[in-house]
Design a protein around this ligand. Sequence first.
Ligand SMILES: [Zn+2]
Length: 148
Amino acid sequence: MRFPFKTFMIMLAVTALIFIWILIGSASKNIARKQSNPLADQLAGPINLQVWFQSYDEDYFLGALPKNTIVSYGDLGGNMGITQRLEGVYHITIDIEFNKAARVSQMTVLHEMCHEAQWGNDGLDVHGPKFQTCMHRLAAAGAFDLLW
Ligand SMILES: [Zn+2]
């Protein structure tokens, strides 16, 4: 059986249109991928916060921080993070607005972990000498190497 020339041309045109449609679809996906912000792609979540806490505790605090420490996001209205001790349990809260990028969250978690490790040691000056020593020790140990 032989296709008439007209049918052949219509089939060729349809095939070309489908091919162009696939190319445009693939190109627009690539453009969308290139425009996405890599930091926004790795937005931190509450599970990450707890995982980071455990891993930093093992890597930089000899596993000495209380295992029942709760690390979560919250709306602190102006603070990067806070550490509180409520009924004997430490709560680290990371501000959701100021810590949208994962690496910022990680730095804030490390900062708050120094508060936890130095709890009560610096008296009213929460960023006093013992806290500073803790932060310098973390920096010297490379805790911030991939973050800053
Ligand atoms: Zn602080």
